[in-house]
Design a binder for this molecule. Structure first.
Ligand code: PTJ
Length: 243
């Protein structure tokens, strides 16, 4: 039991959730390693949402609200850390939720779907098809979901699949604490922020969005500038520590 006055309470709770979810089969062991990489980058970002990340979150909300067919793609880590936040974002944005896994097994698909449903998330279900230009099961998705979506939110995504989604002409929004990852560098909108801080900010922005603000955010969007701002943030953290 982690005392709630512990200075690193949020981080320790998240780590414990990931460990529990590894034990229950929702998160793969590789997901625990991915989480640790995220923790390290979050340290360098002072575990806070930066101004540029908040702008990215508002821009993501603008794309989601303007979409014809928006999908939130959920993997094991996202389900374990943020089932409630996913439900709220789906409600606020009108986006549908699809479970889409890198390490895909029928057992994990069922466990993650059940976990999301228990949190009140409506999950798209159906027969997956090989619709993404990728080998192996990473190509599988639902035709009525990611297959025909124009906007896809893929938190903690792998670089190949992000590239494949962009190559299919989709607007890809990612949440990734590593601004140097291939996903971060390839996505249309990269949110360099921690998942459980980012999702409520996107939800809030969806609720407050007007068509005028949305159009302005999309017109002004510059992902390279967002990535550079995140790298500068890390540079400043390191420079301050050296002072
Ligand atoms: O559940 P599955 O089978 O779909 O597998 C999911 C993982 C995460 C294992 C898979 O997508 C994967 O291998 O991802 P990567 O390529 O390791 O990328 C994960 C990225 O997410 C890394 O750049 C991490 O820094 C980042 N990350 C980890 N935890 C968080 C995060 N970003 C935001 N918030 C986090 N909590």
């Amino acid at each position: 039991m982690i005392p709630d006055n512990h200075p690193r309470y949020r981080s320790l709770v998240a780590r414990e959730r990931i460990a529990d979810a590894v034990r229950s089969g929702i998160v793969v062991v590789e997901g625990a390693s991915a989480h640790g990489r995220g923790e390290a980058f979050d340290y360098l970002l002072c575990e806070k949402t930066s101004e540029s990340a908040l702008l990215a979150e508002k821009t993501a909300a603008a794309y989601l609200m303007a979409a014809d067919r928006a999908i939130i793609s959920v993997n094991g880590n996202t389900a374990a850390l943020a089932a409630d936040e996913i439900r709220e974002l789906a409600e606020a944005s009108g986006a549908a939720v699809e479970v889409n896994l890198f390490h895909r097994t029928d057992e994990r698909m069922a466990a993650i779907t059940a976990h999301l449903k228990a949190a009140g998330v409506t999950v798209l279900e159906g027969t997956p098809e090989r619709l993404l230009p990728l080998s192996h099961d990473r190509a599988l998705c639902l035709r009525d979901g990611i297959g025909t979506a124009d906007v896809v939110l893929v938190p903690l995504e792998d670089g190949d699949r992000c590239e494949a989604l962009v190559a299919m002409g989709k607007t890809v929004i990612t949440i990734d604490l590593n601004p140097l990852s291939r996903t971060a560098q390839t996505a249309t909108v990269t949110i360099v922020d921690e998942l459980t801080r980012a999702l409520p900010n996107i939800t809030r922005a969806c609720r407050d969005m007007t068509p005028e603000t949305g159009n302005q955010l999309v017109a002004a969007h510059d992902n390279t500038a967002l990535l550079r701002a995140a790298l500068r943030q890390i540079q400043e953290t390191l420079a301050d520590a050296l002072d």
